[in-house]
Design a protein around this ligand. Structure first.
Ligand code: NA7
Length: 532
């Protein structure tokens, strides 16, 4: 089957890209989706407590006033189910489903040099041909299940947070192990602890976490977001992370201790991701960061009653925000429950999984269920899993053996007409993702329009431009607090054998947008365009 454009993935990015390609560019377009329905990340992440850490009124599309205004969010942070319903509402409105095939996983894609076409193969042995291939597979979709000895022998059930099964899973009266304490694990533990007989949380690195302070949205708030649609849309293009808050312009050192504390207390009570923005230098300067890191530590110490557990939960070896900032609802309070136990893997590492549970250095524990909240092969993992072969038989896994090389995070040298949404080298995971997805989709669509108009056969970035882009990212990252974290998936540390390089673009969405706009204005400088 021949198509102008194939989009892989039917989440936030794939759906918008389909609308753009089909309805605005008039391209014959197909979306290929592995899951049995739309949703992408939000289709797979059905784990207990799954909820977005970004506020609902901005975790959505802003490209259409009609779509924005006709949807009503219920809570400050949307639940996984609510986001799925939202995406279904958008899909229905734009009549997207008819151009999506489900239950098909792309297992390889080869660029046919002579024909200037991509040949895409799925696990159902279906072949598709297209001129433009667009990855909308997401940044955090390649689940990382650690290779722990004995996992196959486990008699109970195990699940990964990012591949949660469709069936209803009960933890009632069960002995449950949870490995991992990132954003997902921090959401899972308080919910599972409500029904489990015993929940044992295995922690490799303690995590800073700020209260989410979730709440039902008031009628007035909802009305205001609708009334201020244009201002909100505009704001999201101005703030560094595409969120609805600015960073304070004032350093923490401009205030005396009492005032500092007042500001921190207020931000803590408000909760949410904006906590880190209450001073200008928390995320930038180690001395400012230390004050706030200690403040969070004290908060946790005040919540957790058992002093040894509190110590384990606050033995941070990294600055606040150098790893992904997390939000929680009663995560630390959960460790005050009698049926919850924390195991610090630094003191008591896992030796193996047995048929009945987990054997650690110090003990053998029985479990009915194991939850892996162990994260993802972030950003590059989902692209590599497509098994791409580009021009002259160049394999992507070889081309990226020293780390993902892209230009603007959008295209890869030697892989013509292949575009990436939210991939390595783009601001992606460091932003409110739908805000950056829209920027990407709009930029890619403009580019394709230009390519079609100029009767181009193919386009790819110049190798030198891509090398410089990677250098630029690492130069900025090397000066940042991000590099002070060990085991950070931003740098590929969490996957054995993964090249150690900073992966997302770290200088913020407005700066990134400006660079992309400049490239467009300069008639796509940095790209080799081959005309008919
Ligand atoms: P994260 O943030 O990568 O967290 C994964 C957690 O799992 C983290 O605590 C890791 O510890 C831990 N981990 C990873 N591998 C192991 C092994 N082998 N043994 C023990 N512990 C391990 O993933 P999340 O899913 O929580 O969040 C990712 C994003 O997805 C999130 O922001 C949402 O946007 C959705 P570490 O810190 O690496 O020592």
């Amino acid at each position: 089957m021949y198509l102008d454009a194939i989009i892989i993935g039917a989440g936030f990015s794939g759906l918008y890209q389909l609308h753009k390609c089909r309805d605005q560019l008039g391209l014959k377009t197909l979306v290929i989706e592995e899951g049995k329905d739309i949703g992408g990340t939000w289709y797979w992440n059905k784990y207990p407590g799954s909820r977005c850490d970004t506020e609902s009124h901005i975790y959505c599309y802003t490209f259409s006033e009609d779509i924005y205004k006709n949807w009503k969010w219920k809570e400050r942070y949307p639940k996984q189910k609510e986001i799925l319903s939202y995406l279904k509402y958008v899909e229905k409105k734009l009549r997207l489903r008819k151009n999506i095939i489900f239950n098909n996983k792309v297992i390889s894609a080869d660029y046919l040099d002579k024909k200037n076409l991509w040949r895409v193969k799925t696990n159902k042995k279906k072949f598709f041909y297209c001129k433009y291939l667009i990855s909308a597979v997401g940044s955090l979709s390649a689940a990382n299940v650690p290779n722990i000895k004995g996992i196959k022998s486990f008699k109970g059930e195990w699940y990964h947070s990012g591949r949660w099964p469709d069936k209803k899973i009960s933890f009632k009266n069960q002995k449950v192990a949870q490995i991992g304490t990132g954003s997902s694990g921090i959401q899972i533990a308080p919910v599972v602890a409500k029904s489990a007989k015993l929940l044992t949380v295995f922690q490799r690195t303690p995590n800073y976490s700020v209260p989410a302070r979730n709440r039902k949205l008031t009628k007035t708030f909802i009305e205001n977001t609708k009334k201020n649609y244009k201002q909100i849309k505009n704001l999201l293009t101005k703030t560094p992370g595409g969120h609805a808050f600015y960073f304070s312009k004032k350093s923490i050192f401009e205030f005396n201790e009492r005032k500092r504390l007042n500001i921190l207390e207020k931000a803590w009570l408000d909760g949410g991701l904006s906590f880190r923005a209450c001073f200008s230098d928390i995320t930038k300067k180690l001395d400012a960061n230390k004050i706030v890191s200690n403040y969070i530590k004290e908060k946790i110490n005040n919540i957790v009653k058992d002093k040894d557990v509190a110590k384990q939960l606050t033995d941070f070896g990294h600055p606040f925000t150098s790893k992904r900032p997390t939000l929680n609802t009663n995560y630390f309070e959960t460790f005050n429950k009698k049926n919850v136990r924390l195991i610090d893997l630094k003191e008591n590492p896992i030796v193996k999984i047995t048929k009945n549970g987990i054997k650690t250095k110090n003990e053998e524990l029985k479990f009915d269920k194991i939850i892996f909240a162990t994260g993802y092969d972030a950003l590059s993992g989902p692209i590599l899993s497509l098994n791409l072969t580009g021009r002259k038989n160049i394999k992507l896994n070889k081309y990226w053996k020293n780390g993902p090389t892209t230009y603007l995070g959008l295209m890869i040298p030697n892989f013509p007409n292949f575009f990436i949404i939210s991939g390595p080298g783009s601001p992606s995971v460091l932003t409110n993702v739908p805000a950056q997805i829209q920027q990407h989709v709009e930029w890619i669509s403009e580019f394709i329009k230009y390519l079609e108009k100029s009767k181009s056969i193919s386009v790819e970035p110049k190798a030198k431009e891509a090398e410089n882009w990677v250098k630029k990212i690492n130069t900025i990252a090397n000066k940042s607090l991000f590099m002070k974290a060990k085991n950070s998936w931003y740098k590929g540390d969490n996957i054995p054998g993964k090249p150690k390089t900073f992966i997302p673009y770290p200088a913020g969405l407005p700066q990134y947008r400006e660079i992309c706009n400049k490239v467009r204005k300069k008639m796509y400088k940095g790209f080799n365009i081959t005309l008919k």
